[in-house]
Design a protein around this ligand. Structure first.
Ligand code: APR
Length: 299
C-alpha cells in the first residue's frame, strides 16, 4: 500500500480529498464493489462455477428458501466460506484507518493513525455488504443494512442461533471428505440445521432477502447519521436496490457533500458532489486524510 495516486490523474480527486480533509462527521455507505477487489463477486456479476445456473434474485428470497431450503442454505454456506477465504483489501484498510484517525482511537496504534489531539470527529459505516471484511480490517461497522452471512436465526420462531459455516476447503473436498471426488450435486443441497430452541424450525441466514424489510433500527441510525454528517462517501454500489439507493440523498438534503467512488457511472453519479471513477482499493487510500495537511497513502 505504498503507491500514491496522482491527484492530477483522476478528475475530482483533489476536490474530494479536500472535502475529506476538512470533514469531521463522515458517513461511509458501502456496497459490493468495496469487496470486489478481495475476490467477493458483486451482485451484478454473473455467477460462475458451481452456482452459474442460478441468479442471486432466484436464491435470495423467502419464497426460494421455503420452496427449496437445502438449495438456498447451501448457497449461503458456500458464500460464507468464500468470504472466509478472502482478505480485506486496501479500500477496507483505508476506511478503517480514516475511522481510527478521526476518532483518535487509543486502539489506533501510534504515530500516523493516532489522533494526537484526541477525537477529531466520527466516521460511521453503514454497509449493504453481508461480509465481515470491513470489521476484519479493524473498523467498527454501525449498520449491516442487508444483514450478515454469519448471523442465523430460526425461520419459524425467529430465535437467533449460532452456526459455523466451515471453511472453503469443504467445497473442494467432496461430500465424502478430504481427498474424495467432489460430488457437485451434493454441494448444491445441504439441509439447514434444526432450531435448538423450538426444535421444529430450520435455521435461515440472517440476510435481508428481496421483499423483506431492512432492520428498522439500523436504517433509522443510518439516516440520522447522514442527516448530521458533513461528508458522505458512497463506495461500490450500483445504487439500484431500495431503500439503500436513496440514502445518499439524505446527506445531500441536509447540505452535506457526497463523494461517490465507483469505476462505473451509476444512477447517483450526476447527483454526487464529486464522482470518482476508479476502484475502491486504489481511490480510497489516496482520499483518506493523514491530517498533517496531506492526503493518503496511509501506512
Ligand atoms: N471499486 C468500487 N466499485 C466497484 C468495484 C471496485 N473495485 N468493482 C465494482 N464496483 C461497482 C460496480 O460498478 C457496481 O456499481 O460496485 C457496484 C456493485 O453493484 P451491485 O453488485 O449491485 O452491489 P450493491 O449495490 O451492493 O448491491 C445492492 O443488491 O442483491 C442485492 O442485497 C444485495 O446488497 C446487495 C444489493
Amino acid at each position: 500500500m505504498d503507491f500514491a495516486m496522482d491527484p492530477e490523474m483522476m478528475p475530482g480527486l483533489a476536490e474530494a480529498a479536500e472535502l475529506a480533509r476538512t470533514a469531521r462527521r463522515v458517513v461511509v455507505l458501502s456496497g459490493a464493489g468495496l469487496s470486489a477487489e478481495s475476490g467477493v463477486p458483486t451482485f451484478r456479476d454473473a455467477q460462475t462455477g458451481l452456482w452459474e445456473r442460478y441468479s442471486p434474485e432466484q436464491l435470495a428470497t423467502e419464497d426460494a428458501y421455503r420452496a427449496d431450503p437445502e438449495l438456498v442454505w447451501a448457497w449461503y454456506q458456500w458464500r460464507a466460506r468464500l468470504v472466509r477465504s478472502c482478505a480485506p483489501n486496501a479500500g477496507h484498510h483505508a476506511v478503517a484507518a480514516w475511522q481510527r484517525r478521526l476518532s483518535g482511537s487509543p486502539g489506533a496504534g501510534t504515530g500516523h493513525d493516532a489522533g494526537p489531539a484526541g477525537s477529531r470527529g466520527t466516521l460511521t459505516i453503514a454497509t449493504q455488504n453481508v461480509d465481515d471484511l470491513q470489521e476484519r480490517a479493524g473498523a467498527e461497522v454501525m449498520a449491516h443494512l442487508h444483514g450478515s452471512l454469519f448471523d442465523y436465526r430460526c425461520a419459524d420462531c425467529g430465535e437467533p442461533a449460532t452456526h459455523d459455516p466451515g471453511t472453503a476447503t469443504a467445497d473442494t473436498a467432496g461430500a465424502g471428505g478430504p481427498g474424495s471426488t467432489p460430488d457437485l450435486e451434493s454441494l448444491l443441497r445441504i439441509a439447514p440445521p434444526r432450531c435448538a430452541v423450538c426444535g421444529d424450525g430450520m435455521l435461515r441466514p440472517g440476510i435481508v432477502w428481496f421483499g423483506e424489510m431492512l432492520p428498522a433500527d439500523a436504517l433509522a441510525d443510518t439516516i440520522a447519521a447522514l442527516e448530521d454528517c458533513d461528508l458522505a462517501v458512497v463506495i461500490g454500489t450500483s445504487a439500484t436496490v431500495q431503500p439503500a439507493a436513496s440514502l445518499p440523498y439524505a446527506a445531500l438534503g441536509a447540505g452535506a457533500a457526497v463523494v461517490e467512488v465507483n469505476p462505473e457511472v451509476t444512477d447517483f453519479s450526476t447527483a454526487a458532489t464529486v464522482s470518482l471513477r476508479g476502484l475502491a482499493g486504489q481511490v480510497l487510500p489516496a482520499l483518506v486524510p493523514a491530517y498533517d495537511g496531506h492526503h493518503g497513502p496511509f501506512r
